[in-house]
Design a protein around this ligand. Structure first.
Ligand code: G6P
Length: 369
């Protein structure tokens, strides 16, 4: 039923627009507003001895790996548990320092990615508890675990992942709050604050979708560029990577992402009028640092597009173009900030006349090495 494009030109566009619903679904039944708590029975969280837990190792590939990097910020900040994020194909061929006091947390849309399954297996062999956040129901990564979170995003057809990127961001946030609660770290007031902030996500995403036309106008300006450099910092650094990945995989434009503070160690040499810079610049604790990166890019003749918070006049005075996002709690910003980047990549690829849903050389699910 879901594999119908409806009024949309491509599945990717449809799936971008499904995110209000998919993000509502991923929280549905999991937040108990009466008791202000989060319940995910399939995770079997009560089996975990948090006093003994040494850390969580997130393993994933592609877009899911970017989600995992945001998860590190969320889990370390909220639950105070050390997290390492590994590319599954690297993890499986290392001798990772993992034992029974670790959790391996795999993130996978398909639940069938060969490298991710192998990384889970490697963790299991070493005695770790294995968890997953998975979209495809009944997939291996859902079945072969000690506990899982279902993304509940519905089938995703477009090769470039969109709703299966934002759903795990919300799931990781819920997981972080749940673990913090199990560890006794949160007061009732803090818990309800965290829950209130994440509950706003579907509305915030809806606001971004309403602005599709503004993003399309910016797409028209940049559709013929040959390169684009994405910069982000802190919890939004992975969003720069995800934005660049979206653009390169469907538009074949060379897009690179960098943690903004690293710009001075190399990529700044590339900046000129032919290398537009996309800076992820929401109102958060990294804002001032990001502003100075934007100023440096401008000083070198670069065109700068920013993802900025509504009302940010400093950002709009510095930038050539602005992708506006609504104000959100900083830990929720990644879910919001990625929306205009998905929409931009989609429209650039569509304007270039490319096969958005089936980009060359890529597969939706990579079940071989
Ligand atoms: C492929 C897809 C990507 C996806 C990655 C991981 O490369 O084209 O969109 O992010 O696999 O897939 P998974 O199903 O494990 O999330």
């Amino acid at each position: 039923v879901s594999a119908v494009k409806g009024n949309y030109r491509h599945f990717m566009q449809k799936e971008i627009h499904e995110q209000v619903r998919s993000l509502t679904e991923t929280m549905a039944g999991r937040i108990d507003f009466q008791h202000n708590s989060i319940l995910i029975p399939t995770l079997n969280i009560d089996e975990v001895d948090f006093d003994q837990l040494k850390g969580i190792k997130i393993v994933a590939c592609g877009t899911a790996w970017h989600a995992g990097q945001v998860g590190k910020y969320l889990i370390e900040e909220i639950a105070k548990i050390p997290v390492e994020v590994d590319i599954a194909s690297e993890f499986r061929y290392r001798d990772p320092l993992v034992d029974k006091n670790h959790i391996i947390l795999a993130i996978s849309q398909s639940g069938e990615t060969a490298d991710t399954l192998a990384a889970m297996e490697e963790g299991r062999k070493k005695g770790a508890r294995v968890w997953s956040i998975v979209n495809a129901i009944g997939s291996q990564a859902m079945r072969l675990t000690d506990g899982y979170i279902s993304m509940q995003a519905g089938p995703e057809i477009g090769v470039a992942s969109t709703k299966a990127f934002t759903a795990p961001l919300v799931d990781l946030y819920l997981l972080a709050v749940m673990m913090a609660d199990k560890k006794g770290l949160l007061s009732a007031q803090e818990r309800s604050q965290y829950i209130a902030e994440i509950s706003k996500v579907p509305d915030l995403v809806g606001t971004c979708l309403d602005r599709e036309n503004q993003v399309r106008e910016i797409a028209a300006k940049y559709k013929d560029t040959e390169h684009m450099l994405y910069l982000g910092r802190g919890i939004n650094m992975p969003i720069a990577y995800e934005g660049a990945l979206k653009l390169k995989e469907i538009s074949y434009i060379h897009a690179e992402a960098y943690p903004a503070g690293e710009m001075k160690h190399g990529p700044i040499a590339l900046i000129d009028e032919d290398m537009p810079v996309m800076a992820i610049l929401p109102h958060d604790q990294w804002y001032e640092k990001m502003i100075s990166q934007v100023e440096q890019a401008k000083a070198r003749g670069g065109k700068v597009i920013v993802v900025a918070t509504d009302g940010d006049t400093l950002a709009s005075s510095l930038a050539d173009d602005v992708l506006w996002i609504p104000e959100a709690f900083w830990m929720v910003n990644p879910v919001v900030a990625v929306l205009p980047l998905q929409i931009l990549a989609y429209h650039i690829a569509a304007m270039r006349g490319l096969d958005v849903d089936q980009p060359r050389n890529l597969a939706k699910s990579v079940t071989v090495e």
